[in-house]
Write a protein that binds this ligand. Structure first.
Ligand code: CP
Ligand code: NVA
Length: 320
């Protein structure tokens, strides 16, 4: 076979395993990913039962990471996940790419697919991320768009389950804007079978079509304008920054979101052993008080660490 024949054959092979949103994958697949993530975490800590999973399954594989927006956790955790699994990662800041000068997402994806084994993309435009996925012949991973942040919520579910056991049947209370994180929590509620109560100002409610999807899919997702309702008896309270990277109306959002701040009084409405989670970066004194995020119920540092382990599971699945 010629080289061009081999390229064509590779491009015509089965569709790549993209990781775009949690609603795009079934529960079994998400569970396989999380189980692998947990095994690889245990192996990292040298737990003897899982020494077998200490190998380098991504030896020789290269991940391109396109960042049109800033990142600390996603960037570092993907990078070291690849390194620890034997592969490599290349960081491509969006403003240094021809994307910034108008090259299309589609053409960028076609070209990167000839160079690397997978593409992670962080961009405000969900549509641009989908366009990359449509035209890439290697897996594309959503590293956060204005619509969703699925990698983070995989780490969040992993963190909850490490501390409190299976999340199915539990209650998660979200207090804040109906933003990208809230949307991925809606997907997760359906796929992992927990009740999700989202307390948001009506002007910043989560997307109605996603809430409707959850209802059709048999999920228990409630949208309320009362933080007290979301927190009542919850097993986990979650929030996020009031002003996301794609938001231009910071002052308005801060005004609307004051009643949704997570403080000790709100935490007291949840179960006594409720966890507090936050994807970070946090703004103490805005969406959460220092007493809560730095207090005994907060597991935000485990949550941040779990980005590495969850992404190992995601990468291992995407790259077969
Ligand atoms: N939580 C999260 O995605 O953090 P970064 O923006 O630092 O990647
Ligand atoms: N909602 C936040 C998440 C940051 C990880 C943002 O989009 O900026």
């Amino acid at each position: 076979m010629t080289v061009s024949g081999a390229i064509r054959k590779r491009e015509e092979a089965a569709a790549p395993r993209h990781f775009l949103d949690l609603d795009q994958l079934d529960t079994r697949t998400l569970r396989i990913i999380l189980d692998r993530s947990q095994t690889m975490k245990q192996a990292r800590y040298g737990l003897p039962k899982v020494l077998l999973d200490r190998g380098t399954p991504l030896m020789g594989r290269i991940l391109a990471m396109v960042f049109e927006n800033p990142s600390t956790r996603t960037r570092v955790s993907f990078h070291i996940a690849m390194r620890q699994l034997g592969g490599e990662a290349i960081v491509l800041p969006g403003q240094d790419m021809q994307l910034f000068r108008g090259e299309t997402a589609a053409d960028t994806a076609r070209v990167l697919s000839r160079y690397v084994d997978a593409i992670m993309v962080r961009t405000s435009s969900h549509q641009s991320m989908l366009e990359m996925a449509e035209h890439a012949t290697v897996p594309v991973i959503n590293g956060l768009t204005e619509l969703s942040h699925p990698c983070q919520v995989m780490a969040d579910v992993m963190t909850f389950e490490e501390h409190r056991g299976p999340i199915a049947g539990k209650v998660v209370g979200w207090c804040g804007a109906g933003n990208n994180m809230a949307h991925s929590w809606i997907h997760a509620a359906v796929r992992f079978g927990f009740e999700l109560r989202l307390a948001c100002p009506p002007a910043l409610a989560p997307r109605a079509d996603l809430v409707a999807w959850a209802g059709r899919a048999g999920g228990r997702v409630l949208v309320t304008d009362s933080a007290a309702v979301a927190a009542a008896g919850a097993d986990c309270i979650v929030t996020d920054t009031w002003v996301s990277m794609s938001d231009k109306d910071g002052d308005r959002r801060r005004r609307l979101l004051w009643p949704f701040q997570v403080d000790e009084e709100l935490m007291a409405r949840a179960r006594p052993n409720a966890l507090f989670l936050h994807c970070l970066p946090a703004h103490r004194g805005e969406e959460v008080t220092a007493e809560v995020i730095d207090g005994p119920q907060s597991q935000v540092w485990d949550e941040a660490e779990n980005r590495v382990h969850a992404q190992k599971g995601i990468l291992a699945w995407c790259l077969g």
